[in-house]
Design a protein around this ligand. Sequence first.
Ligand code: PHE
Length: 351
Amino acid sequence: MIDLRELIQKISQAKDKLELQNIKSQFLGKNSQINQEFKKLGSLSEEEKKIKASSLNNEKQKITEAINVRFKELEKLEISKKLQKDKVDVTLPARERPNGKIHPVSQVIDEISSIFSEIGFSVAEGPDVETEYNNFTALNTPEDHPARDMHDTFYLDNDKKILLRTHTSPVQVRAMLNGKPPFKIIVPGRTYRCDSDQTHAPMFHQLEGLHIDKDITMGHLKGCLDYFVKEFFEVKKIKMRFRPSHFPFTEPSAEVDIGYKLENGRIIVGEGDKWLEILGCGMVHPNVLKNAKVDPNKFQGFAFGMGIDRLAMLKYGINDLRSFFESDYRWLNYFGFDPLDVPTNYRGLSR
Ligand code: PHE
């Protein structure tokens, strides 16, 4: 006979499901002692059979129960062990995922575009490879005009008919030929000149502005630039002056300087007694309007062209222009912008 107490004790101490399974087949399975005894019942008298069967059933039930109880215990134990092992430590710092950064030039183009879009300008674009005609001739620059040398042009063919645009002004011509007045556009883009030092790179960025309508005056130009400079530098007051200048494609022409001062080596824009040139501008020359199939007796307006890289350097305190285009990841990491950070005067995403 099996010692039931001993067996139940053994069951309650089974250390895993496998051991429990073995016990089960040993003591309740086909070849188990109990099963043998059940088989022998037939040879007993009715009375003995009754007694024996009931005691065997009783025994079987107790073993089964003990096994079930232990099974549940082991199951619980297994779950809690698993939970313990898989515990997530929510206090651990998240693994760092290197984020891309937005280049200061892209950032500033976005900022400028949203500032001008607030007052009704839309963005136009033109190709980097231009015709000599759009870049110079249509812009009222005669064959022998010194501006053609001044610009130190990269020509792409021997006839000097195809070139890398030296400014964004040819897009004025393209835009006017492609549409009907009024025009109110800005044109950000890459421009090229044979030049390289701390403040000049052979490839740089400009932003052109063009506003042509029936009675646009220099007053509008002034108001527009005053609004732009205040918004861009995030200042309420700005010292700004228009200096007479010359461009073949505008008449009159001016260069615009903004006041600044140096404080501990940092440039503070808007006040002080120093002047910094930020753009060229003027009233679009009637010859340019004619070349672009716009009637100068009906329409007039202003244009301006500013150096984007220079504005970015000024606003964000970057002092070497060449570093903009060296593709140094550490530089970009330092001066670049988080794509998820919306700057205060950037309206493109927040409105
Ligand atoms: N295209 C001029 C330059 O590159 C700037 C400019 C644009 C001046 C429009 C007047 C009008 O220097």
